[in-house]
Ligand binder design. Structure first.
Ligand SMILES: [Cu+2]
Length: 119
C-alpha cells in the first residue's frame, strides 16, 4: 500500500491490494484528510485506443475469498485537490468504506512512483 508523492493543489493516487476473507464486498468510497476529494477509478483503453481514467460509479467489487490489486495503469484510489504537499517518506491515513458497512483505516507511506506518471 502506498500513495504517490505530489504537491499541494495537485492530484495523486493510492495503490494497494485489497484482500477479502469473507463474502463478496464492494469498495464504495475512500477519504484522506489531506485531500478535497477521493474517488475510486479504473484506467482502461477508450474506444480510440488511448488510456483513460474512469470513476467506478458502482464501486470496486472484491470477490468472496479473493483479492483485487490497485496498481498504476489499473484500479486506483484517485486523490484530488491536495491541501498540502505529500512528501516522500511521510505517511497519510486512508479510510476505506465498503458496501457491507465495513470500514478500514490504512496508513499509506508516500513514495515516488515507478516511471510512468499515469494513475
Ligand atoms: Cu484516476
Amino acid at each position: 500500500m502506498w500513495i504517490r508523492n505530489s504537491a499541494a493543489g495537485g492530484n495523486t493516487a493510492a495503490y494497494m491490494t485489497l484482500k477479502n476473507g469473507g463474502a463478496e464486498d464492494t469498495l464504495v468510497s475512500a477519504t484522506i484528510a489531506e485531500a478535497n476529494m477521493v474517488e475510486i477509478h479504473e484506467t482502461a483503453a477508450a474506444a480510440n485506443g488511448m488510456m483513460e481514467m474512469r470513476p467506478l460509479a458502482q464501486g470496486l467489487k472484491i470477490p468472496a475469498n479473493g483479492s483485487v490489486e490497485l496498481k498504476p495503469g489499473s484500479y486506483h484510489v484517485m486523490v484530488m485537490g491536495l491541501k498540502q504537499d505529500l512528501k516522500t517518506g511521510s505517511n497519510v491515513t486512508l479510510k476505506l468504506a465498503f458496501k457491507s458497512g465495513k470500514t478500514l483505516e490504512l496508513i499509506a507511506p508516500v513514495q515516488q512512483g515507478p516511471g510512468m506518471k499515469m494513475p
